[in-house]
Every structure is written in C-alpha cells, then in structure tokens.
Write a new protein. Structure first.
Length: 84
C-alpha cells in the first residue's frame, strides 16, 4: 500500500500524465469555477477564502485525473506481467 501511495505522488509530475491532467483541470475547473464562484466574481465579492476554494476547484480535477491515469497504467502493466 505504501508503494501505491508513493507511486501516486510521483505520478503527479509524470511527464506522460501532466498534459492530459492540465487540460482536464482547466476545462473541468473552469466549469466548476463558473458555477461556484461566477456570481461572486461578477459582483466583486471574492474573499480570500473564496479564492482558496477557487484554487481547489482546479487542483482537485488535476489530482483525480492523475489518479485515473496512474491506476490505469498500473493495472495495464500488472495485466501484461500476468500474461508472461
């Protein structure tokens, strides 16, 4: 289990994963930002706490996408090993 967690954290900056994760974070994060904070931005009511929340709106989809790519790659390599 410890190896799984270390592998995930290492994958957060894996060059093969980052481009897709950034695209997903920008698209999904922007949609969520608009839904959750759009009116506050429009009305000029963005507080420090809201900006922190807005940052998480982009970070969470990035982490989730990296997790999906990491698990997929891990399962794929385990499946390839079991065939040999």
């Amino acid at each position: 289990m410890n190896q799984l967690i270390k592998g995930y954290f290492a994958s957060l900056i894996e060059p093969k994963f980052v481009p897709t994760a950034v695209k997903v974070a920008l698209i999904v994060g922007s949609i969520l930002f608009t839904i959750n904070h759009g009116s506050a931005v429009w009305q000029g009511k963005m507080s420090r706490d809201r900006w922190i929340s807005a940052g998480l709106t982009y970070i969470v989809p990035y982490f989730v996408n990296i997790h999906g790519q990491y698990i997929s790659r891990r399962r794929s390599s385990q499946s390839a090993k079991s065939r040999h």
